[in-house]
Design a protein around this ligand. Structure first.
Ligand code: SF4
Length: 368
């Protein structure tokens, strides 16, 4: 029987509103209306107070949707609501879209101790941005980055999407050079996925095939590594020491609170997901889905998640936790992956290389 784990020290808060809906988006989101947001913040506060019993948090991440789609008063109410939990945080991130991260909101971020901002750039080509229904230009991104720095918020992540329609490798390289010109601390590049019920799906836009995605990641990785960024997770690069502390909680298979519409969390041995139905959520009828995580599930999560990062899987810790000597039970498989350059077996660690990160599903299956 497992003993209860410590309380989570990471908190994710979901703000589902957006100023407009992007053609590819499958996140839990809805169009911003002032009255909707008023109701939402009431329900969110209730859940926050009931759910988050640990006020000694290390990381907070407010994501969405678009948190900055709230008006200034609502945005401040949100940050005020989170204030009792943010006293000891090391990393406090808010996601933002360039068009709605006004100077007044930046000043509020600073006032309430937010020290990291993640900006949805997606492309640096204004025509491409327009074609996917994004409302900003690359010039907006430059202004926002400058305003953040001028106001003392220096830890900045910029997000890009790989495989958008009509984006050639040449344009992708240009995107990366444009992003590099802004010298962010952290860069995320996610490969486009096309989900049902999105405009992309209806318009029969296809996802990039595996070969395109692999070549794109290769180009990006070479350019970023040349410029001092380390590929520390499948889709994430950072200047050394600037990796996302909050996201590492997920990849380290640690516990976290998730609060808000459709948010997921992991407390004790339960992974849960809140209702994605807005009316239910704001009427305090949050139907929560729960998955009880058995020891076997936790072992699988540990393997799957820790092999995503350059910090790798500690084989001794794994053995102490689950009673399995992974190297002993899979010597041939591991040695093969090492010989072929997909894994590094160094001291007690199993670490994926760039090539390994590109075929993680296969490695994971072979290590079952
Ligand atoms: S801004 Fe983000 S969350 Fe909102 S619709 Fe676009 S991709 Fe989705």
């Amino acid at each position: 029987m497992r003993t209860k784990t410590n309380l989570p020290s990471a908190l994710y808060i979901h703000i589902p509103f957006c100023e407009s809906i992007c053609d590819y988006c499958d996140f839990t989101k809805l169009q911003y209306f002032h009255s909707f947001a008023v109701k939402y913040l009431v329900a969110l506060k209730k859940e926050l107070i009931e759910r988050v019993t640990n006020k000694e948090l290390r990381t907070i991440y407010i994501g969405g949707g678009t948190p900055t789609s709230l008006d200034d008063l609502q945005f401040e109410a949100l940050l005020k609501m989170v204030e009792p939990y943010s006293k000891h945080v090391e990393e406090y991130t808010v996601e933002a879209n360039p068009e709605s991260l006004s100077l007044s909101k930046i000043k509020l971020l600073k006032k309430y101790g937010v020290n990291r901002v993640s900006i949805g750039v997606e492309s640096t080509n204004d025509q491409i941005l327009k074609s996917i229904n994004r409302k900003h230009t690359f010039s907006d991104v430059k202004n926002v980055v400058k305003n953040l720095r001028d106001n003392g918020i220096n830890n900045i992540n910029l997000d890009l999407i790989i495989g958008l329609p009509n984006v050639s490798f040449k344009m992708l390289e240009e995107d990366i050079r444009n992003i590099l010109s802004l010298k962010p601390n952290h860069i995320s590049c996610y490969s486009l996925t096309v989900h049902e019920h999105t405009v992309f799906y209806i318009n029969k836009i296809s996802e990039p095939d595996e070969e395109f995605a692999y070549q794109a990641y290769k180009v990006i990785n070479e350019l970023l590594e040349k410029n001092g960024y380390s590929h520390y997770e499948v889709s994430n690069w950072a200047i050394s020491g600037q990796e996302s502390k909050h996201n590492l909680v997920y990849w380290n298979n640690e516990r976290y609170y998730g609060v808000g519409l459709g948010a997921s969390g992991y407390i004790d041995n339960i992974r849960y997901k809140n209702s994605t139905n807005f009316n239910e959520y704001v009427s305090f009828k949050n139907e929560i889905e729960e998955e009880i995580v058995t020891l076997k599930d936790e072992k699988d999560y540990e393997l799957m998640l820790k092999l995503r990062t350059k910090f790798g899987l500690n084989l001794v810790e794994y053995k102490n936790k689950f009673g399995v000597d992974l190297y002993k039970s899979h010597t041939q498989v591991i040695d093969d992956y090492v010989t072929k350059g997909y894994l590094i077996h160094k001291e007690d660690y199993l670490i994926p290389t760039f090539e390994g990160m590109m075929i993680l599903d296969k490695i994971y299956l072979d290590l079952q």
